[in-house]
Design a protein around this ligand. Sequence first.
Ligand code: F6P
Length: 326
Amino acid sequence: MDKSKPFTIGVLTSGGDAPGMNAAIRAVVRTSMTHGANVLGVMDGFEGLINGEFRPLGARDVGGILQRGGTILQTSRSPRFMEPKGQREAIRHMNEAGMDALVVIGGEGSLHGAYALHQQGIKVVGIPGSIDNDVWGTNISIGTDTAMNTIMDAVDKLRDTASSHHRAFLIETMGRNCGYLAAMAGVVCGAEVVLIPEVPVTVEDVAAAVEDAYKRGKAHAIIINAEGSNIPTTELAKAIDDKDVGFNTRISILGHIQRGGSPTAYDRLLASRMGVKAVEVLLEGKSGVMTGLKGRGIEYVPLEDVISNKRTANLEYYEMTKTLAR
Ligand code: F6P
């Protein structure tokens, strides 16, 4: 390490944006400055690392961003970074810029990228940022709470119209291959049925549950379908309508509204705590770890464990939804 210049930390956001990423960037910058380290913001995730698109970030550059959704550094999904050639280019640019370490804020795929750099001798700390909550090693990722609140708000509104028309609403949530958002939505939105990738079901199962809700005198049926479930939303809606279960069916695919918006208090706090911890961990000389919420504390876990384990939906929530849907 060159002792004649301040320790320089790069920070990037990668993969799908998540509310609270800006709060994490702000915490990385201001904690670094408090410890006398410099920060370089890397634009467009790993793409910017490959292209050498860096800009110095000071305290004022991260003012007014705590409450903003998205990411001021912008983001990308970078197939180029999966290749050794892309990684070599990235390391070359980091060395040229005098970057001593890197904070990677992102989901599962991004943390694989962080681990690849660590294996090549780069000092890296990951921060889990993804609405999907599919990252192993932390109770929750940055952005999940905000997305959950967005889903809850949308489903509350859809229930008003569903009840007024005696309809079944089939609502598709994001989450890729993880059913965390859908399983939790089942409880907090009072759904009648939830479909998650972790528990395959048949169209007959779903239709029977909806018909049963109708027979029990319900004014509506809310069906939450995780995008990664085994039955596509449009196919499921058609099948339920064909079976004449009592309710007419309408579809609502929530899509990318789940990724936007101002982060909740919970996400701002989580992101701030993780940003502070990431810098502290780097300045202690550690690398190849990710910040994770365990119990009430922010700890760090090896990236190797993070990427080799799979985080799945909480099946307690899935079962609870059935019990509470009576
Ligand atoms: O990982 C976040 C996420 O929103 C997933 O829930 C979803 O499957 C995916 O990203 C969508 O990706 P894109 O914005 O690239 O279409």
